[in-house]
Design a protein around this ligand. Structure first.
Ligand code: DP6
Length: 323
């Protein structure tokens, strides 16, 4: 069996992608900035010339919608490059606890990279980020380590990811608090479509340009406080958009709100930390190394059964077992 295994790390957006101008091409209405994490990653091997098309995740055959999305994505790439044939997608999610924090960002970045290797295509990282984008928007950024930006662009060729700083000096830790592992009720793809009915959607898009400039400056100046404040503000705005939709919805659970209050309280006590929240109830707390243990203790005190994973900066796309 050919080993085309690619490893991609999950990224968490600090300035979020929440809205598309083209759903099929996954062209976003805004640029986004992320931190790639070292604690969460996906290894994927695309095996060609098999007897059928299958998707295995963590050793088990996947069926239904999740499998269809993966298989039709590979078929789409095959069409783009004028190749064909059956294949197996063999993926392993490396998530320290359960699957609640696994993300499509690492999944489609690893799959795109494995595809390129399997067909021995000569593609730059920028090109690879464009291919990853077609699978899931956030995957665009997982091609790069450290801090990455996804330029929204105007068409498929100009909507790509780029490294801002792959080996940042900033003392930045992300404490992921996993509240529950239930399947999310509204996918990010669905949530983004619903968000368009919110009266806050246009203002949300308008805020983006300034937030991107400010976040870039915070990264450049090694300014954790500005980074945290901006990330928290941006996430709160995204969730406010959702609450104001025609059919209002929220990803927050009661524990999500309890953690928001905890972060605010800890800050008042002098433990500097900020939160960001994506399309689910889990809370990611941004902090510096010196405060990390104490913050985790406070989280455990408030919610003794949650799972906590601390993460630093992860690398960009890698190929395993080069041969
Ligand atoms: C809230 O990348 O999962 O995490 O492109 O529809 O697959 P699709 O969406 P996805 O959305 C991520 C949304 C987010 C913010 C972000 O990662 O930028």
């Amino acid at each position: 069996m050919m080993n085309n295994t690619a490893r991609a790390h999950t990224n968490i957006a600090l300035i979020k992608y929440w809205g598309k101008k083209d759903a099929d091409l996954r062209l976003p209405l805004m640029s986004s900035i992320s931190m790639t994490l070292d604690a969460f990653y996906t290894d994927t091997n695309l095996v060609l010339d098999t007897e059928d098309k299958r998707f295995y995740l963590n050793g088990e055959l996947v069926t239904g919608k999740a499998s269809e999305r993966v298989i039709s994505y590979v078929e789409r790439l095959q069409k783009l490059f004028h190749v064909s044939g059956n294949f197996h997608v063999i993926s392993q999610n490396h998530v320290p606890t359960s699957a609640g924090l696994a993300s499509s960002s690492s999944a489609f970045a690893a799959l795109a990279a494995s595809f390129v290797k399997a067909y021995q295509l000569d593609i730059s990282k920028k090109g690879l980020s464009i291919l990853a984008r077609l699978g899931s928007g956030s995957a665009t950024r997982s091609i790069f380590g450290g801090f990455a930006i996804w330029h929204q662009g105007q068409n498929s060729a100009t909507s790509f990811g780029e490294a801002i700083d792959e080996t940042p000096e900033m003392d930045l830790r992300m404490i992921a608090v996993e509240l529950n592992t239930k399947q999310k009720k509204i996918s990010s793809t669905q949530g983004m479509e619903m968000a368009k009915t919110s009266p806050f959607f246009i203002p949300w898009i308008h805020e983006n340009e300034a937030q991107i400039i400010d976040m870039k400056a915070a990264i450049e100046n090694n300014d954790f406080t500005s980074l945290g404040e901006l990330a928290e503000q941006n996430a709160s705005q995204m969730h406010a958009v959702n609450l104001a939709c025609e059919t209002p919805f929220t990803y927050f659970e009661p524990e999500t709100v309890a953690l928001i209050h905890l972060v605010q309280d800890l800050r008042k006590q002098g433990l500097e930390c900020y939160y960001t929240i994506d399309a689910g109830p889990n809370v990611k707390i941004l902090t510096e190394l010196r405060n990390s243990k104490e913050i985790q203790k406070a989280v455990k005190q408030l919610l003794p059964t949650v799972k906590i994973v601390e993460s630093g900066f992860g690398p960009g796309i890698q190929y395993l077992n080069e041969q």
